[in-house]
Design a protein around this ligand. Structure first.
Ligand code: GSH
Length: 194
């Protein structure tokens, strides 16, 4: 989304995580997606790819100087606290080192410490940091979307009207719909055939 918003053209190579192409591992041995490769530059974290895009073009100040501190703080909170709860809730069968909670406890903690406070915040303002979209909204809503999809019936019944309004706004946005396409899986062999 950040790349599309910044109007940066990219060649997208959708890969299979079960069969990572050698061409990907040769530039980024850690083997996670996304990876951005541009000239001599390899960026291996999604947040760094987003910030790299916005450094080049940020027409609506998603990451303007006045919001940078607050954006970074919200994203750090999401990464450090919400993401582990989401993983625990999403994968009840897995064991997580250092996570003592059951999946249903993770759901309660996440609802109490993130969804409720976000809903409260979003009652008073349109977006997480005020009435303008910032990078915090774009970086965080996909995690809330994932959370909502684990148990749609639970999420539908939950009383978070402002959070749902905010989530739907992003899920229905032309920017999100424009990038959420199916892409063919890249195989290195296809370059050899050309
Ligand atoms: N913090 C990294 C996380 C990257 C990550 O873990 N991506 C997952 C997919 S969502 C992955 O590539 N996992 C490697 C695998 O499953 O083999 C980022 O935001 O880029």
């Amino acid at each position: 989304m950040a790349l599309a918003y910044a109007n940066i053209s990219v060649e997208i190579r959708e890969i299979s995580l079960k069969e990572k192409p050698a061409s990907m591992l040769s530039i980024s041995p850690k083997g996670t997606v996304p990876v951005l490769h541009s000239g001599d530059l390899v960026i291996e974290q999604s947040i760094d790819i987003m910030k790299w895009a916005l450094q080049q073009n940020d027409p609506n100040d998603w990451y303007g100087a006045s919001v940078q501190g607050a954006v970074d703080q919200l994203i750090a909170q999401n990464d450090e606290h919400f993401k582990p709860l989401l993983d625990r809730y999403k994968y009840p069968e897995r064991t997580f080192q250092g996570m003592q909670l059951s999946a249903s406890e993770a759901l309660s903690v996440a609802a109490e410490t993130f969804l409720e406070p976000f809903n409260k915040k979003l009652e008073a303002q349109q977006f997480l940091l005020g009435d303008k979209v910032t990078l915090a909204d774009i970086a965080i809503f996909p995690f809330i979307r994932q959370f909502s999809m684990v148990d749609l019936a639970w999420f539908d019944a939950a009383n978070f009207p402002s959070l749902k309004r905010w989530l739907n706004h992003h899920i229905e946005s032309p920017l999100f719909l424009g990038v959420m396409q199916k892409y063919p899986t890249w195989h290195d062999i296809s370059t050899e055939k050309k």
